[in-house]
Design a protein around this ligand. Structure first.
Ligand code: F6R
Length: 609
C-alpha cells in the first residue's frame, strides 16, 4: 500500500509525479504529496484526501523543478493528516523521502535520533528515514541512504532526494515493490510499472536490498555493499492505453467487460482443442514431478483466496491429490506440516501481497515446491517461485478484483486438468468434456456481459437494502463468498457469504423481509439442496435473488428475481456465476453513489502484513 513515484530529467517533475500517482492511487488515497528541488531548495506540497486535492493545490501554487518525488498514502502509522503525509523531511528541510512499507524498529530509532537532537514532526514510522539520512549525510546522498538502510528493519521502497545534490535521485527497496523507468535524458522510479507506462516501456525491476543511483542520464544499480548489479532491462508487455478507462465510468466496469477477451488470451497456447493435452509453460514441473505429488496447498488473500477455494475443490476432484486451502495471513500464525512432494500454489493478482509472500517463504523454507498463479509479471512472488503460470488478465486497476478472479479460476481449472491428464486420475471423457466446456467459457462470458441491463434492473430493486446473505455450496461456496465480498467492499452493504448447508446452524436467524439473499442454484450435485434452502428463506419472507441456469422454471417460481447464466459443467460454473454477481455489486454501489474504484479504507496492493 502507498504508492511512490520519482522523476529526474528536464521536464516538470511535479506534473510527471502527479500523473504517475494517478495511476498508483489504487494503492492508497487518504493523503498525497510531492517534493521538488528548485534553485537549491526543497519545496513540498501535501494534502489530505484524494489526489484531486493535490492537483488543485499544485494548480493554485505550482512547484517548478525537474527533480521530484511523490507519494499517495494508505495510513499505517498515524492518521491521515498533512503532517503525517509524505514526503517527510530532515530537520534542515534539505532531504526528502517517500516510502512504501513499514519500518518495524522505528520506535527504537526515533528514540535514538531524538536523543541525538533530531526533531520529529509526524507520528509516522517513515520519518526516521530522512533523519537517519541527515545523520549520515556527508556530501554523498547514496552513501547516506545506504548507511541508513543498514539500520532499518522491516519493509520499504524509498525515493530520496537532497537539495544539495539536485541531479540525483536515490531509490532502494526491501520487500516493497519498486521499479526504475528508463528514459532518454530522464529517468523515473515507481511502485509499479503501470505508473510510468505512458512515459516508458523500459524498466529495471529492483530487488531486495538493492540501491539505485539515478541521474537524468544514468542509472547505477548496486547491492548494499555497492557492488554493481547487472540487471536486464524489462520491457513492459502492454500498451500505455491499457491503464485508461476507455469510456467506462470506472475501471471496475471496464475490467468486468474485459473478461471474455482476457479468457481467450489466457487459454491461447495452453488449450486450443479438447483432444490435445494442456500445456502450462512456466509451471516448471516434469510429468514425474506431477505424478509424485503428495499434497497441493493453495494459499492467498481475499478474492484470490476464493479462487484458491475453487482450486482446492477441483484439484481433489480431478487430480485426486489431497489439497488444502489456507488464508495466507493465517499461515504465519500456524506451524504447518509440509510433506515431501508438496506443491504450494500461491495465487495473487499483484504478486506483491505481503501475507502471500510470507506464506510462500514459510512453505518454501519447509521444502514445498512453489508454483504461483499471478497476473503482474516479474513481481516479488514471481521471483521467489519455482514456477509461475500467468493468468494474462492485463492490468487490473479497480480496487475490487474482477477479471483477475475469473482468470485465476480459469488458470486453476487448467492446472487441475493438466494434473488429471498426467496422473490419469479422471476418466478421459470427463477431461475432454471439461476442456471443451472451458473453450466455450469466453463466449458464455461475452453473452453474460450482454445481459448487463437485466442485472441492472435487479440491482435497482435491492440497492437500498442494508443487509445481504450470499449462499452457495460445494464448488459455489467460494462464489457466494466472493459475491458477498464484492458487494460489501464497494457498496458498504453488509453482506455475508455462507455455505447454504450451514444456514440452519445460525444465519437463518437473520432472515426477514429486510435482508435479501442471493442463492446460487445452478445445475449440479447441490441443486436440490439449494432449492430446499431457498424454500426455507421464502417461508420466512426473505426476498431471494436466484442465480440459475437459463430456463430453470423451478428457480423462476421460487425466487423473487433470477440472474440467469448459461449452462456448463458444475466444476466450471464458478467462472460464469461470478459475472452477474460482479455486475450486481457494481450497479448497486453505483446506484448508491459510491466511488467504486476507490472504496473507503481499502488499497489494491496490500504490501503490509
Ligand atoms: C478484493 C480484492 C482483494 C485481493 C487481495 C489479494 O476485491 O481485490 O481481496 O484479492 O488483497 O490481492 P492479490 O491478488 O494482489 O494478492
Amino acid at each position: 500500500m502507498c504508492g511512490i513515484v520519482g522523476y529526474i530529467g528536464s521536464r516538470q517533475a511535479a506534473e510527471i509525479c502527479l500523473s504517475g500517482l494517478r495511476r498508483l492511487e489504487y494503492r492508497g488515497y487518504d493523503s498525497a504529496g510531492v517534493a521538488v528541488i528548485r534553485d537549491g531548495q526543497l519545496q513540498v506540497r501535501k494534502v489530505v484526501g484524494k489526489l484531486a486535492n493535490l492537483t488543485a493545490a499544485l494548480r493554485e501554487s505550482p512547484l517548478p523543478g525537474t527533480t521530484g518525488i511523490g507519494h499517495t498514502r494508505w495510513a499505517t502509522h498515524g492518521k491521515p493528516s498533512v503532517t503525517n503525509s509524505h514526503p517527510h523531511l530532515s530537520c534542515d528541510g534539505r532531504i526528502a523521502v517517500v516510502h512504501n512499507g513499514i519500518i518495524e524498529n522505528y520506535g527504537e530509532l526515533r528514540n535514538q535520533l531524538e536523543a541525538e537532537g533530531h526533531q520529529f514532526r509526524s507520528v509516522t514510522d517513515t520519518e526516521v528515514m530522512p533523519h537517519l539520512v541527515e545523520k549520515y549525510y556527508q556530501g554523498d546522498l547514496r552513501e547516506a541512504v545506504r548507511r541508513a538502510i543498514l539500520d532499518l528493519e522491516g519493509a520499504f521502497a524509498f525515493g530520496v532526494i537532497c537539495a544539495d545534490e539536485p541531479e540525483q535521485l536515490i531509490a532502494a527497496r526491501r520487500f516493497s515493490p519498486l521499479v526504475v523507468g528508463i528514459g532518454e535524458g530522464e529517468n523515473y522510479i515507481a511502485s509499479d510499472m503501470g505508473a510510468i507506462r505512458p512515459e516508458t516501456d523500459q524498466v529495471y525491476v529492483i530487488g531486495d536490498d538493492e540501491l539505485a543511483l539515478i541521474t537524468p542520464d544514468d542509472i547505477e544499480l548496486t547491492d548494499l555493499e555497492l557492488n554493481p548489479i547487472d540487471r536486464q532491462v524489462f520491457t513492459i508487455p502492454w500498451p500505455p492505453e491499457a491503464a485508461q478507462k476507455s469510456g467506462h465510468k470506472y475501471f471496475m466496469h471496464k475490467e468486468i467487460h474485459e473478461q471474455a477477451e482476457a479468457m481467450h488470451a489466457c487459454l491461447a497456447g495452453r488449450l486450443s482443442n479438447p483432444d490435445e493435452p494442456i500445456i502450462l509453460e512456466g509451471l516448471g514441473m516434469s510429468e514425474q514431478d506431477i505424478r509424485n505429488l503428495q499434497k497441493v496447498v493453495f494459499t492467498a488473500c481475499g478474492t484470490a483466496f476464493h479462487a484458491g477455494m475453487v482450486g482446492q475443490f477441483i484439484m481433489e476432484s480431478l487430480a485426486q491429490v489431497p489439497a488444502q486451502v489456507d488464508l495466507a495471513a493465517e499461515f504465519q500464525v500456524k506451524d504447518p506440516v509440509v510433506l515431501d512432494n508438496t506443491l504450494a500454489v500461491i495465487i495473487s493478482q499483484s504478486g506483491e501481497t505481503a501475507d502471500s509472500l510470507l506464506a510462500l517463504r514459510d512453505l518454501k523454507g519447509k521444502g514445498a515446491r512453489i508454483a504461483s498463479v499471478l497476473n503482474v509479471v516479474d513481481s516479488s512472488i514471481a521471483r521467489e517461485s519455482d514456477g509461475v503460470v500467468y493468468i494474462q488478465a492485463g492490468p487490473e486497476i479497480g480496487v475490487a478484483s474482477t477479471k483477475a478472479y475469473t482468470l485465476q479460476v480459469l488458470t486453476l481449472e487448467l492446472l487441475a486438468l493438466h494434473f488429471a491428464e498426467v496422473r490419469q486420475s479422471a476418466p478421459p471423457e470427463q477431461i475432454r468434456a471439461l476442456k471443451a466446456a472451458l473453450l466455450a467459457v469466453p463466449d458464455q462470458v461475452a453473452e453474460l456481459l450482454r445481459r448487463e441491463p437485466e442485472v441492472k434492473q435487479v440491482a435497482a430493486r435491492y440497492y437500498e437494502m442494508d443487509d445481504a446473505l450470499y449462499l452457495g455450496r460445494g464448488i459455489n461456496l467460494p462464489s457466494a463468498m466472493e459475491g458477498a465480498l464484492k458487494l460489501k467492499e464497494i457498496s458498504y452493504i453488509h453482506a455475508e457469504g455462507y455455505s447454504a448447508g450451514e444456514m440452519k446452524h445460525g444465519p437463518i436467524a437473520l432472515v426477514d423481509p429486510e435482508l435479501f439473499t442471493v442463492a446460487i442454484a445452478v445445475n449440479g450435485q447441490v441443486y436440490e439442496k439449494m432449492t430446499g434452502n431457498i424454500q426455507e428463506i421464502k417461508a420466512r419472507e426473505g426476498p431471494v435473488i436466484g442465480v440459475a441456469n437459463d430456463g430453470d422454471e423451478v428457480i423462476a417460481q421460487q425466487c423473487n428475481d433470477v440472474l440467469w447464466v448459461p449452462s456448463c459443467p458444475e466444476l466450471i460454473s464458478p467462472i460464469t456465476v461470478a459475472i452477474p454477481l460482479q455486475l450486481l455489486a457494481y450497479h448497486m454501489a453505483d446506484m448508491r453513489g459510491e466511488d467504486i474504484d476507490q472504496p473507503r479504507n481499502l488499497a489494491k496492493t496490500v504490501t503490509v502484513e
